[in-house]
Design a protein around this ligand. Sequence first.
Ligand code: CP
Ligand code: NVA
Length: 307
Amino acid sequence: MKKDFLTLRDWSADDLKQMIETAIRLKAENKNNVRHHHLEGKKLAMIFEKPSTRTRVSFEVGMYELGGYPLNLSGNDIQLGRGETVKDTARTLSRYVDGIMIRTKGHEIIEELAKYATVPVINGLTDDFHPCQVMADVMTIFEYKKTYKVKVAFIGDGNNMAQSWMYGAAKFGMDISVASPEGYECKQRVYDEARKTAETTGAKIEMVRDPYEAVQNADIIYTDVWASMGQEAEKEARKAIFKDYQVNAKLMAATGKDTLFMHCLPAYMGLEVTEDVFESKNSIVWDEAENRLHVQKAIMLAVMGNK
Ligand code: CP
Ligand code: NVA
């Protein structure tokens, strides 16, 4: 049975923790010039229907470092962009490659792709979820805090990042408080599912309106863009809607702790975060970005490696 990596909900907490351990080991080995060829001869098709810097480069470099071959396919260059169905794209690619990573729009697109592909499918971001990013985030938190027992405050849009974080926090037993403006909350279904998982791991999951309430006692303050890819037309309107959800020095100081700042990137200074916070010693965004590489190698090994 092939195993896809579409959301963190689909994987057990033990499996996810194992991936973090593998990623930490691979990172240390990488720094000591220990090279692996665990994916030698394997091919990964990478489909991008939205722009990317980190996901594109980290998957490509990760595949190279594991001895495999990455194929970068822009959605516009392949027939998918001209109307060939997702179903037929899945069945075609499965005859050539050993895995497919896709960044796309609606989450139902990746579900359709995974249904018809006979090789594992990895989510490189959909409108609803970005699980690889949260794995890198969790790895980074574990490196800094040496525990999963932390509180994360997510400030802003209840988007793909916030929703993936709800599943991630639930699985890893972390507490999370998501503060979003009215009408921009995480979906109720995601919240309910995360809370159900949290019953088994002891995580506390909450959605609030007030960012100052969310950051109480937070070890980490996390934010993301106010207008995600595909929402460019809403950019100006969102500036007004999210203006009270900026992560600035005052909000960082309101935790009552020495709190770390995280952002999946790309970031927009003066909007969701101020430059002084982004450039402060408490900002760990570059470690977070680097860890995309290491954790995705662990994810690829889990779904494409020889068991
Ligand atoms: N965080 C993230 O996924 O970045 P990219 O859009 O650059 O891939
Ligand atoms: N919410 C952002 C995340 C970018 C990594 C977006 O979807 O554009």
